[in-house]
Design a protein around this ligand. Sequence first.
Ligand code: FES
Length: 339
Amino acid sequence: MASMGNQIFNIQLNKNKRNFECSDNDSILDGGLRHGLSMRYECSNGTCGACKAKLVKGDIEKIKHHDYALTAEEIDNQEFLMCCHAPSSNLELELDLIGDVRLIPLQKIQTKIKDIRFVNENMAIVSLRTPRSKNLQFMAGQDVELNFKGVVSRYPIASCPCHGMELEFHIRNLDIDEFSQLIFSHKIKDKDKVNLTGPKGVFVLKETSDKPMVFIAWDGGFAPIRSLVEHAFSLEMPNPVYFYWAYPSVEPRPYFDNHAQSWNAVMDDYYYQPIACEFDRNSHNDCHKVAKQIYDSLNHDIVNQSEVYISAPAEVLIYLGEFLLENGLNDAQLIASPI
Ligand code: FES
């Protein structure tokens, strides 16, 4: 069927009871990824065959040549490649979404530094770009290893998978982190090549839960929380969102405070509370003090009926987890990631 141009169609995923809108200018794969769906794909250009789906109802149009050859059986079964086809009517499809992080293959991708922005002398926002033909497949909240000339560090991805080729990292200036030292001494610059290995970790959203979502970050623990919250937006999850962002009280506010506030504009049921914590980076005992200050700032009636996602240093996590579990939170409600 010939394209009418700029029409938006509804794509229904029969097995998964999910649907999304996709323009007839877009591949069905891009449309689904933009709506936060964990679709299987690797190359995005018709080479690998990973994005196969079955057309149950409706019409599609081929928008890109593909080298991958479907078998006669797959063609008979109405299978096609989502990265090379756009909708030309409303569609019903059958496909398997990635519901389990263990099913995502470990990928090695050579990326380029797109931009390094220093928020202050302690925090850098680093954007990497993957090649057009090799996006990183990951779930919001996961980590990767970055390797620059043999110096390797592991960081959570701060961007949502729906952002495609652009990956964002929030890197704190820490003496013990050699990679961060290369960033802050300007030895890693725009356009430098950085090898990425990942994704890793299981700090991911419970997409089918209807409970409110409480997110708690300590400082740079905001990075995976941002990825999770923006992924929840793109999925249009209706769950109320409560975000508590603890930060060192020597700083005037959390480093991306405006960004956390701006989520108010896109979510009806969003509550944000920064928590300034007194804290001495050189004192180990202060992790208990930080955990207590966070705990005392929470609305426990809400926390105890929510899914609670915490991203903080391991010692803070342990103390805060203990406080929460001793005071009414259930094990299964707690999803934690050390930074
Ligand atoms: S993602 Fe590789 S063929 Fe579509």
